[in-house]
Design a protein around this ligand. Structure first.
Ligand code: PSU
Ligand code: MN
Length: 305
């Protein structure tokens, strides 16, 4: 029945039918994570990177009451410039579809759509997590519960230090989500290769990540895997540079009473302004890096099946 709600681009449909590797991509990063026109340029580069690595990209968004698995060039352009796009997590999906509104899918919603479409690997920048002060605000991203529920392997550059990273790791552990750092022991923190924390697990090859993905299925374990891929050294922003910027953005969010869904986009926007665009350049580099790794993992999963 859900099939009638999914619209595939021919490229994605053919790849899935032929058992070829496909990598899902989210759309909130386009509409709420980056400014125009870098958002659409990055989305295109990410797609090209995945194709060059031998997989097919499927950017996911809600439009006109349908779940789009893969977007045409025109649709991508439209979404990147559209005003009043809903930021859609698990809670919003059905309402957005009922309204026929534009919906940009977060990590949580993209995982749900990817699973419905039969896509097992998803590349993004950063995931949502437990916000600092969550003991007061209760602000814990629905991304974490989704990782505990939906069987998609998500490649991210760690979580941003705008979050409470130790609490984020605790919630992921409770939810049963393996969090592995790729090629290092340290948990990466988005703009920086290290967070000051160790990752609970480590993975050194795409083949190993693919194998544990498949084994989770065989074991009947619900939920996905979180692969944290450190930003390339050349693009990293050192922790002592980014941390004061994060502190300032957080203080401004509090002073301006920014809450709920608006928190993450506000912080990202302010950090972009405060670093004079350097945070955006790093963000683009890490997303491309994650796209490459996700394509390798997807290729390995299809080869090992
Ligand atoms: N973190 C980033 N960039 C992003 C997001 C998070 O570094 O673009 C987006 C993702 O779509 C993520 C969502 O799923 O924000 C989390 O929002 P919230 O914290 O409101 O759950
Ligand atoms: Mn939140």
């Amino acid at each position: 029945m859900t099939d009638a709600l999914l619209v595939f681009t021919p490229e994605v449909r053919d790849a899935l039918d032929a058992g070829q590797p496909v990598v899902a991509l989210e759309s909130t990063i386009i509409t709420h994570g980056m400014p125009f026109p870098q958002n659409v340029q990055t989305a295109r580069e990410v797609e090209a990177t995945i194709r060059r690595a031998g997989a097919v990209p499927a950017t996911i968004a809600l439009m006109n009451g349908m779940i789009h698995i893969g977007l045409s060039d025109a649709e991508l352009d439209e979404l990147a410039q559209a005003k009043d796009v809903m930021k859609v997590s698990r809670a919003d999906m059905a309402v957005c579809l009922a309204l026929g509104a534009y919906g940009a899918t977060t990590v949580a919603a993209t995982m749900i759509c990817a699973a419905l479409a039969g896509i097992e690997v998803f590349a993004t920048g950063g995931i949502g997590g437990v916000h600092r002060g969550a003991e007061e605000s209760f602000d814990i991203s629905a991304d974490l519960a989704e990782l505990g529920t939906t069987a998609v392997t998500v490649v991210a550059a760690g979580a941003k230090a705008i979050l409470d990273l130790p609490k984020t790791l605790e919630v992921l552990e409770t939810t049963g989500v393996p969090v592995m750092a790729y090629g290092q022991d340290a948990l990466p923190a988005f703009w920086s290769r290290e967070s000051g924390l160790m990752a609970p697990l480590r993975a050194d090859t795409a083949a190993q990540i693919a194998k544990s993905h498949i084994l989770r299925g065989r074991l009947g374990l619900a939920g996905g895997q979180l692969v944290t891929n450190p930003i390339p050294e050349a693009d990293e922003i050192a922790r002592d540079v980014i941390i004061p910027v994060i502190e300032q953005a957080l203080a401004e969010a509090e002073a301006q009473n920014i809450t709920a869904k608006a928190v993450t986009p506000f912080l990202l926007g302010r950090i972009f302004e405060l670093t004079e665009g350097r945070s955006l350049a790093a963000n683009i580099a890490l997303v491309l890096n994650n796209a490459r790794l996700a394509a390798e993992i997807a290729t390995q999963i299809t080869a090992q099946r």
